[in-house]
Design a protein around this ligand. Structure first.
Ligand code: HEC
Length: 100
């Protein structure tokens, strides 16, 4: 318990909110990418298993994404690790993660 408290105190000193600390890559992917990539949204559905891990690793860093996403660097890093962990060539490829 003490450790958890210290963790949150350190996190708040770094200016992070609890939601940023707590949100895992899957949640961030659904929330942030799903903002646009959902049915009825402005972009087609996107899944971690759409690409191989090494492609995801380079995709955003090389500016391949066609529009400004409004996602912080920290959140994007977390999302990229999640995409790589569930990419087409990973042990657990993930399709249709963003709810319809
Ligand atoms: C502000 C809206 C918006 C956000 C947020 C957003 N995208 Fe996109 N994305 C688009 C649009 C618009 C396109 C181009 C149209 C399309 O592909 O449907 C696109 C295209 C893409 C493509 C290319 C599709 C293809 O077939 O090659 C990928 C991959 C992609 N986005 C992944 C992501 C991921 C992963 C995230 C979260 C880190 C994300 N996008 C966040 C709007 C967004």
């Amino acid at each position: 318990m003490k450790k958890v408290l210290i963790f949150f105190m350190a996190a708040s000193l770094m200016g992070l909110t609890a939601s940023e600390v707590m949100a895992g890559g899957d949640t961030l992917f659904i929330q942030k990418c799903g903002n646009c990539h959902k049915s009825g949204g402005q972009a087609a559905a996107v899944n971690p298993a759409d690409k191989a891990g090494r492609i995801w690793q380079k995709y955003f860093k090389r500016g391949r994404h066609p529009v400004e996403m409004g996602i912080s660097d920290g959140d994007l890093e977390t999302i990229i690790s999640y995409l790589v962990d569930h990419a087409a060539d990973s042990d657990q490829p993930a399709e249709a993660v963003i709810p319809k």
